[in-house]
Write a protein that binds this ligand. Sequence first.
Ligand SMILES: Nc1nc2c(ncn2[C@@H]2O[C@H](COP(=O)(O)OP(=O)(O)OP(=O)(O)O)[C@@H](O)[C@H]2O)c(=O)[nH]1
Ligand SMILES: [Mg+2]
Length: 441
Amino acid sequence: MAVTTTLTWNEERSFQKLLGNVSLRLLYKSSVHGENTVEMQNRCHCQGPIVTVIYHSHNIFGIFMLGHSSEKSKSFIEPNDSFFFSLQKNETMEMKTVVLNSTVTISYNTLEFNISSYDKQYLVLNFSTKCICIARVLEQELRVKCNPMFPRLECEVFRVEGIKDEAGYINRITRATQHRNSLLADVRAYSPYADLVSEIHILLLGPVGSGKSSFFNSVKSIFQGHLTRQAIVGSDVTSITEQYRIYSIKDGKNGQSLPFMLCDSMGLDEKEGVGLCVDDIPHILKGCVPDRYEFSPQKPITPKHPTFITSPSLKDRIHCVAYVFDINSMDNLSPKMMAKLKQIQKEVINCGVAQVALLTKVNNCNEVLQDNFLKMNKAMVSQSQIQNVSKILGIPLSRILVVENYASEREMDPLKDILILSALKQMFRAVDDFLEDLLLE
Ligand SMILES: Nc1nc2c(ncn2[C@@H]2O[C@H](COP(=O)(O)OP(=O)(O)OP(=O)(O)O)[C@@H](O)[C@H]2O)c(=O)[nH]1
Ligand SMILES: [Mg+2]
């Protein structure tokens, strides 16, 4: 029977994504192949990059090594590119990483990971006793707690296949997860300028099928830790979204509500009387339109509507409009659609609301982030679509955000999260500018 990993199917898939969309092949599993370093070495030498995963009470952690072990040698790897990691399974499958160049030595049925520059054993696995010794500093950085009295449950070694561009790999992977986690912390910690409101409202406006509802689903997925599809998405000639929705998002399943709401609207159509009615927009911006209002393309909402909010306060109104476009259709916007957008933008400017543009369906997510995780690189900014949106809407390049929503994937991807979380952060900045301005007024 095939030997299988202790990770669940989902955990293994997430782990593969966290390691940069690699494939993992299980070479050694201590409970099956024996608690024996010789057996492990026989199975794992000369296999290329390997990752050792250790299961200890509730902890999953280990070490990734890019270099490969030489045949039958005792010290099986030179100081090489490696990093220690831990996997946290609570809400999201998160990876904490610590970059340290380590050598591995085998002696007396123990596996010792040493940091050459410190001449210290950072991690020692004793295969005879199943005990683990881990340097305190490493334990703290990885946020694991290994009681040395408890034996290790399992040790697995995988071959890592499909690494693209080995030279910058370690840097890319460790920076990607660290950057994603720090962005997540920033978004969680956001509080609107001067506490003028407890939650900000971001309105998603854009042509039919541009990815408005998918953006909400993507943001929600990040905070839920798994893919969710609360909003109905799909492709049709007319808008899939027919109701106005004001979505609140919780941090984790039973967590607190985050300080922002995403307001999803019906898609815009270039034809009159189809799609979101332009006359609805001032009412939406002022906060007069209630959650679940059924849009009527030919008839805008009026104060006579039974659920019309007659005296909305600052907290009800829209604080930021995100114009959502499919980046691939940006160069083919029809003159009629452009005219409609201009008309809408006039209303937005009249209301003094902050504006950003959100370009979805960027399929070169990896490239956007390759050089610099914080900024779009030069090649990206010079793309005609980005220049175009800046020209049509007069929005500065720093307020043009690019994302790749979760569409047909089955697992989360840290690179997508980085773009989505960065977009949210930029929206918060735009809102804060707006609120600050409001306070001065
Ligand atoms: N590849 C890819 N597909 C996307 C992305 N965003 C949305 N989609 C797909 O595009 C289609 C339309 O997405 P929706 O989220 O329904 O778009 P919408 O703007 O809400 O559309 P309406 O409500 O009809 O106006 C769906 O099939 C999505 O799966 C993206 O970033 N990348
Ligand atoms: Mg929609």
